[in-house]
Ligand binder design. Structure first.
Ligand code: ZN
Length: 253
């Protein structure tokens, strides 16, 4: 099997969302992907809307259809859709996949319907209503949905985040959803890291931790436990983060 991250939109968010203790005043750009597991009719995540909580470029139904078109896939042909978690930038276009069985962790569903108040903005009722009309499969824990495709429960960022372990010729990869937004969450800088973009400059300070948590998490102990869990399934170098711009155009095989 091959894994392809297909760009659906670009989103801007404060650095404090991507990294705990990052600057709340410094905006960074992330890529929103629809993930295709080639060889099987499996898609992971359904992207963001054209207008959203954070500034968006692209997105919406058009963004999904265009992204999948490049791989000659129509959303209605997709048989299995895995939702890593129920944040607004992962499920906005779920209705396009109306013939798919949709895999969501039960714990994420329960939390999305009754979030801790500070996280209310990350959920959209309309998306949850749409999902309720679909062929939903509530997962509890780890399951194999096809030979070589496993869902693993990784609580921390949200209570029911799930990653997808995919067998390829080159070994197993983990689609980690937003457990890790970027490679810097997986490989924290050991020295102060200066970054610069059109919004100016900032520094990500040197870390002693083996992993750098995202700013958004419901339980930091769970988050670290889930990091260690990923290492039971794949090598650290085979973890694929959720929004890293460097993934555009990549193929994992
Ligand atoms: Zn996300």
């Amino acid at each position: 099997m091959r894994i392809k991250p297909l760009l659906q939109a670009r989103i801007r968010a404060p650095l404090s969302v991507v990294f705990m203790f990052g600057s709340p005043d410094y905006m960074v750009s992330g890529s929103v992907y629809i993930w295709v597991i080639e060889g099987e009719r499996v898609v992971v995540d359904a992207g963001v809307a054209e207008n959203s909580y954070y500034p968006i470029e692209g997105g919406g139904e058009k963004g999904v259809i265009k992204a999948l078109e490049r791989e000659e896939i129509k959303p209605k042909e997709v048989e299995k859709l895995v939702i890593t978690h129920l944040h607004f930038d992962h499920i906005a276009n779920v209705h396009l996949f109306h013939n798919a069985k949709i895999y969501v962790q039960k714990a994420d569903w329960e939390f999305a319907n009754n979030p801790i108040p500070i996280f209310r903005d990350l959920y959209v009722d309309d998306y949850l209503f749409k999902l309720e009309e679909m062929d939903l499969c509530f997962v509890e824990g780890d399951i194999e949905i096809l030979p070589g495709v496993k869902l693993i429960h990784l609580p921390g960022h949200t209570p029911g985040l799930q990653g997808v372990v995919v067998e390829t010729r080159g070994g197993d990869y983990l689609l980690s959803g937003d457990h890790f937004y970027s490679y810097l969450n997986i490989f924290p800088p050991r020295n102060n890291l200066k970054i610069e973009n059109e919004h100016g400059k900032t520094v990500i300070s040197a870390q002693k931790s083996p992993f750098l948590p995202p700013g958004i998490h419901v339980n930091l102990s769970d988050w670290f436990e889930s990091c260690y869990k990923t290492m039971r399934f794949v090598k650290k170098s085979k973890i694929i983060p959720g929004h890293d711009p460097s993934l555009e155009g990549k193929v994992f095989e």
